[in-house]
Design a binder for this molecule. Structure first.
Ligand code: TRP
Length: 356
């Protein structure tokens, strides 16, 4: 039996370069290697944790599906499905939550970050403890709310993974903590029931480090809520303009000067999209104080477009073929449910839920 690979992306709009370089590119590469049984899905239930407008949710799901296929995921080689089509996920989510602590969920970095955003709390250090959030939520007269779905986001993600018994879960750096929790929940379940049932999944990076793609606005990661995204579907002109506007500094004044964060970020992206000799060329130019950021940005924009423009063109075609998309998700759901059903049946039995 081949090892199982599974991963997903939350449909919150169009996919951006961070989604592609951090996750989707790895999905495609793993599929092409042919060594795995692979499952890639669209995490629409996870998108619900931030209460999207029902009018846009479906459109976002459709966009990501078409982008998956445009980027190279092939429904003949991988199981492509929509998370909410697998009803068994909801059942296992309920069951697994019986072994998940609210404290460990509250300490998750992504939760702290989102809860603070929803409550309008700003902090200097995002790793700071959670008292500020807790005080606002469970204080005497608190009328503030952070929905329970957001808190149990890691349970749901663990269920996606464990329900398919995945061995490898290719994700970006920002998801590593969730993966660590998944392993912990798996171990806890196994040891509580004294079974060797759930597998502990690992990230997968083709031997490298997990990728964190920065934004072009000076600091932080590329992200939808950061408003600094280069989208896979951006037209050439739009993308070039965004790259040319990237934040830099006044330029190095002494040889081999350490790079300021905005400049280092440009190089981080360059390394992900350009050939090593181009990276070397601009690194040398920087170190000799001869760099022209305009040239660097032009190169960067063209190298990004070499990746994204073909995806964009295929996307347009696939996105308009409703009939095809419908067939893809129908088949994907059937395949994904088959596995999921077996897992949930076993979990019910292990937990002591028996038929009369
Ligand atoms: N949390 C992931 C993200 O934000 C999406 C996701 C949901 C996921 N379930 C998953 C990723 C299971 C890998 C495996 O990108």
């Amino acid at each position: 039996m081949k090892p199982i690979v599974l991963s997903g992306i939350r449909p919150t709009g169009q996919l951006h370069l961070g989604n592609y370089l951090g996750a989707l590119q790895k999905f495609v590469k793993m599929q092409q290697e042919g060594k795995y049984e692979s499952y890639f899905f669209i995490a629409d239930l996870h998108a619900l944790t931030t209460n999207p407008d029902p009018k846009v949710l479906h459109e976002n799901v459709k966009n990501v599906l078409a982008e998956y296929i445009a980027a190279g995921l092939d429904p003949e080689k991988s199981t492509l499905f929509i998370q909410s089509d697998v009803r068994e996920v909801a059942e296992l989510y309920l069951l697994l939550n019986m072994h998940v602590g609210i404290g460990e969920l509250m300490r998750t970095a992504a939760f702290k970050d989102k809860a603070r955003k929803q409550l309008g709390i700003t902090v200097d250090n995002p790793d700071d403890d959670i008292e500020d959030v807790a005080r606002q939520l469970i204080g005497n007269n608190s009328n503030k709310r952070v929905n329970a779905g957001l808190l149990t986001y890691p349970t749901l993600m663990a269920v996606d993974i464990l329900i398919q018994k995945a061995d490898f879960v290719p994700v970006g750096k920002d998801q590593e903590q969730h993966l660590e929790l998944t392993r912990r929940f798996a171990r806890r379940f196994n040891s509580f029931y004294n079974v060797d049932f759930f597998k502990e999944p690992q990230n997968f990076n083709f031997g490298g480090e997990p990728v964190k793609v920065p934004g072009l606005d000076g600091s932080g990661k590329m992200g939808k809520s950061e408003g600094n995204c280069l989208y896979l579907t951006d037209e050439d002109k739009v993308l070039r303009k965004k790259v040319m506007r990237a934040v830099t500094d006044a330029g190095p004044t002494v040889p081999n000067q350490p790079m300021a964060e905005p400049v280092a970020n440009l190089f981080t992206i360059l390394k992900l999209v350009a050939t090593p000799d181009k990276v070397q060329f601009f690194t040398d130019a920087y170190n000799r104080c001869e760099i022209r950021y305009g040239d660097l940005k032009k190169e960067l924009a063209e190298d990004i477009l070499a990746i994204t423009a073909p995806i964009r063109e295929r996307f347009k075609e696939i996105h308009s073929d409703e009939e095809y998309l419908r067939r893809v998700v129908k088949r994907g759901a059937e395949q994904a449910r088959e596995h999921a059903r077996q897992t949930v049946e076993e979990v019910r039995r292990i937990m002591g839920i028996h038929p009369f």
